[in-house]
Each structure stands twice: as C-alpha cells, then as structure tokens.
Design a protein around this ligand. Structure first.
Ligand code: ATP
Ligand code: MG
Length: 415
C-alpha cells in the first residue's frame, strides 16, 4: 500500500475526552475514528488489524472442531421472555419494529443459539456439537470511556457448545482454555494473560476469565506468581487468601483487562427452551451447554495498552497491518524505491510504502513510530550509495544496513 494513496493521515491531537492510551494512539495514528462515546469506525489500517486478530481466533476455534456460523443481531423479545432476561438485563438496546413488535440488538446470543440447537439436536447421536460466530454486539454500557476496551458497539467471538454429559462439557471446556491461550500468545500477550477464577466457592469451576495484566486495566485481580492463576477481586473474601491451586504464597494485586470469559452454563438455557435429547435408553435429558466469549476489538485495544512506547504503537508481527514500513527519503531516482517496493510485494511481504514527496523525513519517521509496523526500512541517498537499506525493528534502537540482495534472507525467504 502506498502511503500517498492511504485514506487516512496521522493526527497531531485528538479530542481530550479520550484519555485511555489505546484510544489516543489508535485515533492519532488513523486506525479508528470515534463517532460517539463507545462507537468507532475501523479505518482501513485498523480493519486490517481487527481482521488479523479475528483470523487467528477463527483458526484456533476451527482447530477445536467447532463450526462458524453467523446469527442475526436483531432478536425478538419473545426469546428473551423465555429466558427471563428481557426485564433483568440492564444494558439492552430495545427497539420497536414494524407492527409495534418489541426487538433488541443482541448483546449475546444464548437466546438465539439454544432454540437453533433444538432444530438439529434430538438424540445422543447428535452430540456433542459446538458453533461460534464473530460478530458485532450491542450493549448500552453506562460510561464507555476506554476506547476499544469498552464499546457500546463492539466485536466479539462467542462460541456455544452442546453436550450429553457434564463430563463431556468439562473435557471440551479444558480444550477451549488451551486454545484461548494460543490466541493470546499469537496476539503478543503471552506471559501476561492469566486464567482467572471469576466466581467464588463452589461455583469457581463453572466460570473463568482471561485477564491481561496492565496498569490501566479496569479490573483488579490477585495473582499467584507460582502457579500463574488469578482470582478476580469481585469474589475474593480475604485479601490475605492463599492461592486456591497451590495453597501457598500470598496473592499479589494487579490491574488487568478481561479479554475473555467462559462459562459452563449447564442447563440454564436448555431448560427454559426445552432443548432435550433422547439417551441410548430412550430417556429424555436436558442438553448441557458451555458458552465462551472473547472480545476481539477489546483484544486490539489491549494489545495497544500493553505494547507501546512514548512514540507510538509496537504491533506484534502476526497482527500488524503491514510487516514492513518502507520509507523513501529519496528525492531523485525515486524509481529505486518503487522497484524495491515492487520486489518486496512480489515476494509476498506486506509493505506500507511511504512514497510521499511533500512530507519531511522527520515527519515520516515520527509517523512510522506512531503507526508501529514491526520493521522500519529506510531507503535514502546514503543507503543507496551502499546498495543497501537501513532496517530497524520497531521495539529496538539499533538499525542495521542490509544489502539489497540480502533482504529476502533477512525476512526468512530464499534469495
Ligand atoms: P465486562 O465484565 O468487562 O463488562 P462481561 O463479563 O460483561 O464484560 P461477557 O459477556 O463475558 O463480558 O463478554 C465476553 C467478552 O466480550 C469479554 O470477556 C470481553 O472481552 C468482551 N466484552 C464485553 N463487553 C465489552 C464491551 N462493552 N466492549 C468491548 N468488549 C467487551
Ligand atoms: Mg465477564
């Protein structure tokens, strides 16, 4: 992508209301644009990041053996009456449809997926099953002031599993935990994201959060440095409590962001919707369910909260919009930079090419730091004289001169 053609430009400043780091950096760099509190446009660069995150999530959920579908965001009141949540959930966006029909914009999809399960699950032979979607969700959050961390309209992956027995659900639940950690690792959040007990006492095995430790997180967790599990403050009774797993050490308090939340919802929804199956012995039993959420747009905001410095974002390779930011400081012979750009593209490398002629070198370097591609590659009269380019990783200080011929090898490709 030539930067001279890019729809967006970087901004010096953004509205003062956005105090969170992710909103500041993502808006200044032109990844997202705020329409109103908690509602953002994903601009071309931002959509590339979100799509990459969602591709990772898709790969890991497919590897679990679950199948992707897409449910409607518009849902009828009747289903929420059946579950008893029409009047009890306070963040619902309710609206009137034609014929004065009561509708809502989906904040979650148990009320759609459970009756859907009834269409296809009848016998023990139809179980287990798991489906997921990646979709825009709507929640009328009280004070959305943390950029992508808390939206009123936001992206979520939600997966629902159906089982004959609790034992079968338990095994699937544990496999999901492993896949969640693969997603966080690929997004650059390994080692700071912890499995967290979300509810206390006898319920602790029914729900877990995934919390990423960072100083501006909204949640407070207590972490056992020894076994790397945490407890959410909302449920902890005694702050001097020992780790529920190893029974040792004192727990250490941290701020964190909830990037995922999984629940064994058991028969909470299969009961009101009468989702039953016939056993081998011809008995009718309620289907046992699990539900597994992950905020993909919140994950994007979390990465920025964690991976940045005073100059801008530092994207991890797998989710960066482009791998290389090629910056041309050539005034004459600009076709040398064009040729390099074309040859990198031909090798399958994703390149953002700063070909702008009317922008100063200083501004170009500042923009590159703010935008945060993993590799900065400068071509200038000085490097061209050495038949080379200057390459630097975004997170590092030292740059190296690399011969034109050696560039493919540098990026792990054949010459
Ligand atoms: P929170 O406690 O942060 O309000 P929640 O427990 O209500 O979230 P779930 O219903 O479990 O969230 O949703 C699954 C995931 O969706 C969360 O773990 C989070 O990553 C994401 N999520 C929830 N609410 C929002 C929001 N308003 N904006 C962005 N992502 C969200
Ligand atoms: Mg939660």
């Amino acid at each position: 992508m030539k930067q001279s053609h890019l729809f967006t430009k970087t901004h010096k400043n953004i509205s003062q209301q956005d105090v969170s780091i992710n909103a500041q950096l993502l808006e200044r760099a032109g990844y997202i644009s705020k329409l109103m509190a908690g509602v953002y446009t994903f601009l071309p660069l931002g959509l590339r990041v979100l799509t990459k995150i969602e591709t990772i999530v898709r790969e890991e959920m497919d590897a679990l053996g679950s199948q992707e579908l897409l449910m409607p965001a518009l849902q009828p009141r009747e289903n929420w009456e059946i579950s008893g949540r029409w009047d009890t959930v306070d963040i619902l966006y309710k609206l009137k449809g034609a014929g004065d029909r009561d509708l809502l914009l989906g904040p979650t999809h148990e009320e759609v997926v459970t009756p859907l399960g009834k269409e296809y699950i009848h016998s023990y032979k139809d179980l287990p099953q798991a489906v997921y979607q990646i979709q825009t969700k709507f929640r009328n959050e009280a004070r959305p002031k943390s950029g992508l961390l808390r939206g009123r309209e936001f992206r979520m992956k939600d997966l629902y599993s159906f089982h004959a027995t609790e034992t079968d659900l338990d095994a699937f639940y544990d496999k999901t935990i492993e896949r969640y950690f693969k997603v966080f690792k690929r997004c650059g959040l390994a080692d700071i994201t912890y499995l967290t007990y979300a509810s206390g006492g006898i319920f602790s095995k029914y729900s877990h959060e995934f919390q990423t430790v960072t100083k501006y997180g909204e949640d407070t967790i207590y972490l056992c440095e020894h076994c790397k599990v945490a407890i959410n403050k909302e449920i902890i009774e005694d702050l001097k409590q020992l780790c529920p797993q190893c029974n040792k050490k004192e727990l250490v308090e941290h701020k964190a962001i909830e990037v995922g939340n999984i629940f064994k919802i058991m028969t909470r929804f299969s009961k009101p919707f009468d989702l039953v199956y016939t056993t081998e012995h011809d008995e009718k039993k309620l289907v046992v369910m699990g539900c597994y959420g992950m905020g993909t747009s919140r994950l994007m905001g979390t990465v920025v909260e964690v991976l940045h410095d005073e100059r801008g974002i530092i994207w991890p390779e797998e989710i960066a919009p482009f791998k290389i930011h090629l910056i041309s400081l050539l005034k004459a012979d600009i076709d040398k930079a064009d040729d390099l750009y074309n040859s990198l593209q031909k090798r399958g490398l994703e390149v953002l090419y700063d070909d702008r002629q009317d922008v100063s070198p200083g501004q170009k370097l500042m923009d590159a730091d703010l935008l945060g591609m993993p590799w900065r590659m400068i071509i200038s009269p000085k490097t061209v004289a050495h038949h080379s380019v200057e390459i630097k990783a975004r997170g590092e200080r030292e740059a190296k001169l690399i011969d034109f011929q050696a560039i493919p090898e540098f990026f792990g490709l054949d010459r």
